[in-house]
Ligand binder design. Structure first.
Ligand code: IMP
Ligand code: MG
Length: 195
């Protein structure tokens, strides 16, 4: 697994480019790693009798889900959830509510939670417990990013893309105030933009 730092000064020409202090993960690196994660998960479920259930946590993981699912070489169904984690400012609290629940029964199924980023780990750890309570045959977490310096609750990942520094990360689904999700690479947001 790769640890990345925002030391790449080459920011591709983009209308939001001036808001970004550095590229953490460029597009080819991101695409390559997403394919590796999909290969890992496919290998583990090669002979599964039933299709995988991919659970995407909206909205942040939507872009990752799209590329990851298309790189799988085993059958999978796409499911979506919206949860909201109330807290002060940028901190999540661990008090999570389901805004939109799964539209499928996951009892007896092989379930893969597809997450964009693990920050404190509170949201994900709550979700793992909630889904575990629904009796899946197996449950694993695939996360694209993790901020190791921020983790409060440890959540086990069966596959993890990159460890990132404690900065505000945007792009490839990750937002600040609903902006930057559509960037095809991942960068660090300049503190002036969010403070
Ligand atoms: P946690 O409960 O503290 O782990 O919060 C996780 C959620 O917060 C992620 O699923 C993201 O939606 C959001 N988040 C955490 N850090 C960042 C960041 O650097 N940029 C954008 N969103 C983030
Ligand atoms: Mg999220």
């Amino acid at each position: 697994m790769d640890t990345v730092t925002a030391d790449n000064p080459e920011i591709p020409d983009h209308p939001f480019g001036d808001d970004i202090s550095g590229i953490l993960i460029d597009e080819p690196t991101l695409q390559r790693r997403v394919r590796e994660l999909a290969d890992e998960v496919s290998d583990r479920h090669r002979d599964a009798p039933e299709d995988l259930v991919l659970v995407c946590v909206l909205k942040g993981a939507a872009v990752f889900m799209s590329d990851f699912s298309r790189a799988l070489s085993v059958p999978a169904q796409l499911e979506f959830m919206v949860v909201s984690s109330y807290g002060s400012g940028a901190e999540s609290s661990g008090t999570v509510t389901i805004v939109k629940d799964l539209a499928t029964d996951i009892a007896g199924r092989d379930v893969v939670i597809v997450e964009d980023i693990i920050d404190s780990g509170r949201t994900l750890s709550w979700l793992v417990k909630d889904l575990q309570g629904r009796g899946p045959k197996s449950l694993e977490v695939v996360a694209l990013l993790r901020k190791p310096d921020r983790v409060v609750v440890d959540v086990e990942c069966s596959a993890l893309g990159f460890e990132v520094p404690d900065e505000f990360i945007v792009g490839y689904g990750l937002d600040y105030a609903e902006r930057y999700r559509t960037l095809p690479w991942i960068g660090a947001l300049r503190p002036e933009v969010y403070s």
